[in-house]
Design a protein around this ligand. Structure first.
Ligand SMILES: CC(C)=CCC/C(C)=C/CC/C(C)=C/COP(=O)(O)O
Length: 256
């Protein structure tokens, strides 16, 4: 007995939504349904719609990307040697957590704000105001990318981080790595430091970044992208550099 739907279609009735099977256009039949697969003998095969091609013939780029992600997950899990107290280097976890706090947004924001309030030279005020701007820009950019990508944190991560915001349940990119790269570039450019201190700043940024994977907080690609993002964000900060000439109202707030 014909179904009510098929009889409606044959009638061409106007009550329901009509679905037509055309030879030249893509009809509602599933891509691998018998009606699609059976070609008349000798007829040239109709080109597959783009999305079907992607499903059936995964591109080289797709395979390369999935392999890279698989390697990333595997290697990051192996490197997560401080992910828990019972992990291979579990005894180093408290030290790793101190390093984590050294790259956290709150101490950097509070410290910069405090320095700004205490600064007694216009040069210091200018640099610290721009550092504050850089830190806030970094927080916003990381939150936007985390919210768009929504990559979950590694399964071996224990969510016991010092103050977090909602998007910090996601792992791409690492906020600590972006901040470390941004602050490192900023400090090397705007603070006059002796060479050993400059080396220490670079080492600090590297240790903060590596510790994200060792703590099991991130996969390696989260950290690598975070470093690139932080490095690039410094370029934005320099491009938008705030000065008494470009932002007089802001500087008026801080002049004693
Ligand atoms: C002004 C304001 C909204 C401050 C929020 C500071 C804050 C809670 C930042 C979050 C820092 C954090 C936990 C980042 C996550 O780093 P990952 O390396 O784990 O991505």
């Amino acid at each position: 007995m014909p179904s009510p739907r098929s009889s409606r279609e044959r009638r061409g009735g106007s009550g329901g939504r009509l679905e037509f099977l055309s030879l030249s256009q893509r009809g509602p039949a599933a891509p691998d349904s018998p009606s699609r697969r059976r070609e008349p003998a000798g007829a040239a095969a109709a080109p597959l719609p783009e999305e079907d091609c992607m499903k059936l013939n995964p591109s080289f780029l797709g395979i390369a990307l999935s392999s890279l992600l698989a390697i990333d997950l595997w290697a990051s899990k192996r490197l997560g040697v401080c992910a828990g107290e019972g992990s291979a280097w579990g005894s180093a976890r408290p030290l790793m957590k101190v390093i984590e706090v050294s790259g956290h947004g709150i101490p950097w924001l509070l410290g910069t704000f405090y320095g700004l309030c205490q600064s007694d030279s216009s040069a210091a005020r200018e640099v610290l105001l721009n550092l504050l701007f850089a830190l806030l820009l970094d927080l916003v950019m990381v939150a936007v990318v985390k919210g768009l990508v929504r990559r979950p944190r590694p399964t071996h991560n224990k969510m016991d981080m010092f103050v977090t915001i909602s998007v910090d349940k996601y792992s791409f990119p690492s906020g600590h790595a972006t901040r470390a790269a941004l602050v490192c570039r900023f400090v090397l450019r705007h603070l006059v430091l002796a060479v050993p201190l400059r080396v220490l700043v670079v080492l600090w940024a590297l240790i903060v970044s590596v510790s994200r994977v060792m703590l099991g907080r991130h996969n390696m690609t989260d950290v690598l992208f975070g470093l690139l993002l932080g490095y690039a964000l410094y370029g934005v900060v320099e491009h938008c550099w705030l000065s008494p000439a470009t932002a007089p109202a802001l500087f008026a707030l801080w002049s004693h």
